[in-house]
Structure formats: structure tokens, C-alpha cells
Design a protein around this ligand. Structure first.
Ligand SMILES: *[C@@H]1O[C@H](CO)[C@@H](O)[C@H](O)[C@H]1NC(C)=O
Ligand SMILES: *[C@@H]1O[C@H](CO)[C@@H](O)[C@H](O)[C@H]1NC(C)=O
Ligand SMILES: *[C@@H]1O[C@H](CO)[C@@H](O)[C@H](O)[C@H]1NC(C)=O
Ligand SMILES: *[C@@H]1O[C@H](CO)[C@@H](O)[C@H](O)[C@H]1NC(C)=O
Length: 208
């Protein structure tokens, strides 16, 4: 038994009518305030704090070096490539965006030939950061791909794909939470005879 509990009960029964009404008004006001707060949270989450997808683009892509040689006896090809890229990651939100485990992976005819870790970091509200990545492949032997290598050397154009993946999240006071994976796929074409970048085109996806 709580000391004074009985007394409190007695007092409650003796509450004058106007005090009871005051209590009801208080309760009503509290409920209204809670409702208003809920509405404010919903409205904010749909407007100011509405999650906008991070942007991912290529600031620059440069071929530092490339060489392919085919051994006519073993029909194996040796590939050396160094490709440097600057990725622009923008955060259009009104809050910080954290990313981690970002990577850039280089493919040649669907074969993964190199990768580089871009690390982790944080992008402040409405800011863009540049992530630098240099993918280097040294003396890679490609045996099964040799027919492709020979035809690439004949046409003098080597096609490459670079895929950059940036997984990230936002967490605002545990209320506004989002996980996204931003991906940039670039198809790159290189003139092998004069080791120059012919062209590249990139597409950008965001997965929730
Ligand atoms: C990043 O990758 C490492 C190992 O690959 C893993 O242990 C870690 O949980 C990953 N972190 C995130 C945030 O995914
Ligand atoms: C590739 O690079 C290695 C060492 O970096 C070098 O020894 C080799 O000659 C290069 N191959 C070609 C085809 O340039
Ligand atoms: C690589 O790029 C070529 C065009 O350059 C495209 O046809 C091919 O589907 C791409 N491959 C991958 C694995 O993205
Ligand atoms: C490289 O060679 C291609 C043709 O094989 C040519 O069209 C292109 O202009 C050359 N680029 C440079 C920078 O010499």
C-alpha cells in the first residue's frame, strides 16, 4: 500500500467539478499537442527531411597507360592498364550522408580484372565530394579471353567497364533512416594503337 494513497483517493473524489473540467482540458490539450507533433514530424519527413537520392557522376576519367600483348605460341594475352577516375558524390539532403565500403571495379569482357577500395566517409548536407580512384592492372594474363583480345587488337578498340558502388545511409535521431546503394556503371573505349581514351558513357542507379 502506498502511503498517502488512500488520502489521495479521497481527495480525488472530493475534487470540485471545475477542477475536473480543468483536468479534461489539460488532457485534451496534451492530446492535441501530441497530434500536432505527429503532424509536424510527418510533414517534415515529407518536405525538409524528405530523403533525396545521392548523386554520383564522373568528374574526370583518364587513361594513364594501357598495353596488351599476345603471345602467339601460348595464345595468352598480357594486359597492363592504369585508369584514373574522380567520382563526384553529392548529397542533396539537409543532413549528412555516410558511406562505407565503396569500391571501383574494372571489367574486361565481363571478366573482373581489377578493383580498388574507395573507403568510407561522410558527406555534409548539400555538399559534393570527389573520390579519387586509380585502378591498376599489372601484367594480367588472360587466357580464355584471347579471341576477344585478338579481335580488340585488330579493331584497335579495347572496351572496358568500370563499376563504382557507394553504399551509404542517413540516420537522423533514429526517425529518418535510409539505406541506399549508389552505383555508377561506365563503359569505356580505348584506342589501343595510340593509348588514348576514345569515349566513355556512364549510367547512374540508386537502389534502396
Ligand atoms: C564493410 O566490409 C567489411 C568487410 O568486407 C565488413 O566486415 C563490414 O561489415 C562492412 N561494413 C559495412 C558498413 O557494410
Ligand atoms: C606490364 O607491366 C610489367 C610491370 O609493371 C612490365 O614488366 C611489362 O613489360 C608490362 N607489359 C606490357 C605488355 O607493357
Ligand atoms: C561493358 O560495356 C559494353 C559497351 O562498352 C557493354 O556492351 C557491356 O554490356 C558492358 N558490360 C558490363 C558487364 O557492364
Ligand atoms: C588514335 O587513333 C585513332 C584511330 O586509330 C584516331 O581516330 C584518333 O584520333 C587517335 N587519337 C590521337 C590522340 O592520336
Amino acid at each position: 500500500m502506498i502511503p498517502g494513497g488512500e488520502e489521495a483517493e479521497v481527495k480525488a473524489q472530493k475534487l470540485p467539478v471545475y477542477k475536473k473540467r480543468k483536468c479534461q482540458i489539460c488532457c485534451g490539450v496534451a492530446v492535441l499537442l501530441l497530434l500536432a507533433l505527429a503532424v509536424v514530424i510527418v510533414v517534415l519527413s515529407q518536405t525538409l527531411f524528405k530523403f533525396r537520392d545521392p548523386g554520383l557522376s564522373i568528374i574526370s576519367l583518364k587513361l594513364e597507360s594501357i598495353s596488351v600483348s599476345v603471345d602467339p605460341f601460348t595464345l595468352s594475352a598480357t594486359l597492363n592498364i592504369s585508369l584514373a577516375t574522380d567520382l563526384g558524390v553529392s548529397n542533396p539532403n539537409h543532413y549528412d550522408f555516410k558511406y562505407s565500403n565503396s569500391t571501383a571495379v574494372l571489367f574486361y569482357h565481363g571478366l573482373q580484372i581489377g578493383d580498388v577500395a574507395l573507403g568510407a566517409g561522410e558527406i555534409r548536407a548539400e555538399k559534393t565530394v570527389a573520390l579519387a580512384a586509380v585502378v591498376t592492372v599489372d601484367a594480367l594474363k588472360i587466357v580464355e579471353e584471347s579471341p576477344d583480345v585478338v579481335s580488340d587488337l585488330e579493331s584497335t578498340i579495347v572496351p572496358l567497364n568500370v563499376t563504382s558502388t557507394i553504399p551509404g545511409h542517413v540516420n537522423l535521431a533514429g526517425i529518418f533512416k535510409h539505406h541506399v546503394v549508389a552505383t555508377l556503371d561506365c563503359n569505356v573505349e580505348v584506342w589501343i594503337n595510340n593509348q588514348t581514351l576514345k569515349d566513355y558513357e556512364c549510367t547512374h542507379h540508386v537502389k534502396l
